[in-house]
Write a protein that binds this ligand. Structure first.
Ligand SMILES: Nc1ncnc2c1ncn2[C@@H]1O[C@H](COP(=O)(O)OP(=O)(O)O)[C@@H](O)[C@H]1O
Ligand SMILES: [Mg+2]
Length: 211
């Protein structure tokens, strides 16, 4: 059995990640691939309980290290119970946010010591890495405006200041610059069809997929 491919979508609030996760899943399924879409924080039964602690409530309710620990606790459940079994069975996994979001939000956004995050990462994730990470980039104001129109609650991070969101954006771009083989930056300001085409092109080029 060939291992499935692991693709992650990263970027700020309202960038269009969830929209494009759904579109990529459909395109890959049409080409005959088995695809599981999932998300972080969350993605497993217990992980979704942890998600609720992170995305609701007062903006300052957690210490940055607590947020990182909650994210990595949920990620451990997600990896062991959902992601690893799916990949082993040949299913492609598309994950709406993954570990780069912890580095961007807690590291760059909240200014947490990055080496501490890397230590948590080694403990929980080890050698597993996405085969491809799409980093959705757009001006902060545009993303927050889209997220505001979308509504649907879960807005604890959206309520953090513009400077926080600017640090996030720079953080994601920094991560992409450090790992160019894994990461592709997508212009998320383009219309949905153009973004979908860019995503498909990246999956074809980087993973050699035909679809
Ligand atoms: N390329 C796009 N152009 C304009 N609006 C978009 C685009 N992509 C998504 N949207 C809209 O913006 C909002 C946020 O998109 P969403 O996919 O939920 O972003 P994210 O998951 O990155 O927070 C939604 O209302 C969605 O319909
Ligand atoms: Mg989303």
């Amino acid at each position: 059995m060939t291992r499935g491919r692991f693709i992650t979508f990263e970027g700020g609030e309202g960038a269009g990640k969830s929209t494009q996760v759904t579109r990529l899943k459909l395109a890959l399924e049409t080409a005959g691939h088995a695809v599981l879409t999932t998300r972080e924080p969350g993605g497993s039964d217990g992980g979704e309980d942890i998600r609720a602690l992170l995305v609701n409530g007062e903006t300052h309710r957690w210490e940055p290290l607590t947020e990182a620990l909650l994210n990595y606790a949920a990620r451990h459940e997600h990896l062991e119970k959902v992601i690893k079994p799916a990949l082993a069975s040949g299913t492609w996994v598309i994950c709406d946010r993954f570990a780069d979001s912890t580095m961007a939000y807690q590291g760059y956004g909240h200014g947490m010591d990055r080496e501490t995050i890397r230590r948590l990462h080694r403990l929980v994730v080890g050698d597993i890495a996405p085969d491809l990470t799409l980093i959705f980039d757009l001006p902060v104001e545009a993303g927050l405006e889209r997220a505001g129109i979308r509504g649907q609650g879960e807005d604890r991070y959206e309520r953090m200041g513009l400077d926080f969101h600017e640090r996030l954006r720079q953080g994601f771009l920094d991560i992409a610059g450090k790992e160019p083989r894994r990461c592709v930056i997508v212009d998320a300001l383009a219309d949905m069809g153009a973004v979908a085409a860019a995503v498909r092109a990246a999956v074809r080029d980087r993973l050699g997929a035909e679809f």
